[in-house]
Ligand binder design. Structure first.
Ligand code: ADP
Length: 313
């Protein structure tokens, strides 16, 4: 069986219970919720019963242990998460605005996961994995960029496959060396999973079809385009499939793209046809938005089957 690896931030999210603008005034908070895009992704892979591992670093504190406990419970190999006795686990404070946008206060770069390195058990882990999933949002510090690029190259050289979700925030895109790092990852990518306009950041073109065609020409094997509530599309050299989103009530959009990507990758690695992989990924993305808390909406196979059966027309 293939084993999926990702590298990057493991943190907790602490959420304001009422909507409003940021944190300049005292607000009621709820948390900690396990979080970090790569952590949500790999938790969803583990929950589907696929072999899964993550390389990261946390402090020896409750915020770190809340993540280790959850990931272990859901079947993720956490031997690559170093517990740093001198470090502090990353955190993100989030408040939803009335307009649906979000304000964040992050402590990632200066937390334990800002110093992730590929050595010891983490380096051994790379050799045992056959698929690498890269999150653009994980490329926030030079040592992490280094670790991601090395692991991606090693897994590719060992005959494995690579998926890439740009998951970009503007401040990351503009940090030094980032565009080069992203281009390096894209050149190794088999499965590219952008969301909406992210497609054009990597493939400037006048139309979606042209942007995707250029990516396929450059060596990407398939593009999976996430379209929020409208669903998703899959395009490779011979097929083009679009499926509508499932009808659900959105409570908290955080984690939808990560659960979607994890589910698509798991089914793809298992040899499912692209339409089946897309249907299950859509179901996972839809279920993810129905729960508050970033990782709380990750699904089991049975939960995805139930949603698909319920909405089969
Ligand atoms: P990201 O979180 O990466 O920005 P999207 O917002 O496009 O990505 O969400 C990823 C996937 O999750 C979508 O392609 C869709 O399958 C599902 N999804 C997201 N929001 C909703 C929603 N409101 N209703 C149903 N499905 C959704």
């Amino acid at each position: 069986q293939s084993k999926v690896l990702t590298i990057g931030e493991v943190l907790v999210e602490i959420v304001a219970t009422e909507r409003g603008d940021g944190f300049r005034e005292p607000v009621k908070l709820i948390g900690p919720f396990p979080s970090g895009a790569p952590a949500i992704f790999i938790d969803q892979v583990g929950k589907l019963g696929q072999a899964a591992a993550i390389i990261s670093r946390v402090g020896d504190d409750d915020f770190g242990h809340v993540n280790l406990d959850r990931l272990k419970r859901d079947g993720v190999d956490v031997s690559g998460i170093e517990v740093d006795p001198l470090g502090t686990t990353g955190s993100a404070f989030v408040r939803y605005r009335e307009d649906g946008g979000r304000n964040f206060v992050f402590n990632i770069r200066h937390s334990a996961c800002g110093t992730i390195e590929l050595k010891g058990p983490a380096a051994d882990l790379v050799e045992s994995c056959t698929h690498m999933h890269v999150m653009g949002s994980s490329l926030y510090a030079p040592s992490v960029v280094d670790a991601v690029l090395k692991a991606t190259r090693t897994i590719k050289e060992n005959g494995g496959t690579v998926s890439f979700d740009p998951n970009l925030r503007a401040e990351i895109l503009n940090s030094p060396g980032m565009r080069e790092a992203l281009a390096t990852v894209l050149a190794e990518t088999d499965l590219f999973l952008p969301s909406g306009e992210e497609l054009f950041l990597f493939s400037p073109a006048d139309s979606e079809a042209e942007a995707i065609a250029n990516l396929l020409k450059s060596g990407v094997k398939a593009v999976v385009l996430k379209r929020g509530a409208a669903g998703a599309s899959y395009v490779d050299a011979t097929r083009e499939i679009s499926l509508p989103g499932f009808r659900v009530t959105e409570v908290d959009p955080t984690g939808a793209g990560d659960c979607f990507g994890a589910t698509f990758v798991t089914f793809w690695l298992g040899g499912a046809d692209p339409e089946t992989a897309l249907r299950y990924a859509n179901a996972a993305g839809a279920r993810a938005v129905t729960r508050s808390g970033p990782m709380e909406g990750a699904s089991t196979r049975a939960e995805l089957d139930a949603l698909i059966a319920e909405q089969r027309s």
